[in-house]
Design a protein around this ligand. Sequence first.
Ligand code: OFO
Length: 159
Amino acid sequence: MISEKIVKALSQQIMEEEHASRIYLAMASWCDANAYPGAAKFLYSHTNEEREHAEKILKYINYRGGHARLLPLPEVDNDFKDVRDVFEKAMEHEIYITKCINDLYELAIAEKDYGTQVFLQWYIEEQEEEEDLFQSILDHYNNCKGKLALFDKFVSEKK
Ligand code: OFO
């Protein structure tokens, strides 16, 4: 049986993953409206991934005998300076999510919740991949030297 403390912390993470999903949806919409169809395609798909991350935690809480409840979501930014700003903010957000996952892992250790430690390992690896993914997009932005159509094509091929 999962402790209330862990349920509360994991429920907070459900909110963070849903919030990340909305952040990427707002970014996708900005890219769509500003003629970056490749970046929009990538971000629309990333929105769904974050939604799946939220659902995976929700189901885990319920599987362990808890009851996952949804929390209200914070506002998201809808406006960005340019496409670089979109991806810099996405990268910052991934670094923030990595910290949330690491804090959760520390709590699972402190609470001697071995099952949650194993469960969270998937998220630890996922965050490594996502930081690497967004960093590669930013690196490409720097390398493409203002050729934004090329940049957009590169991002459209990312998963
Ligand atoms: Fe949920 O994977 Fe990044 O944020």
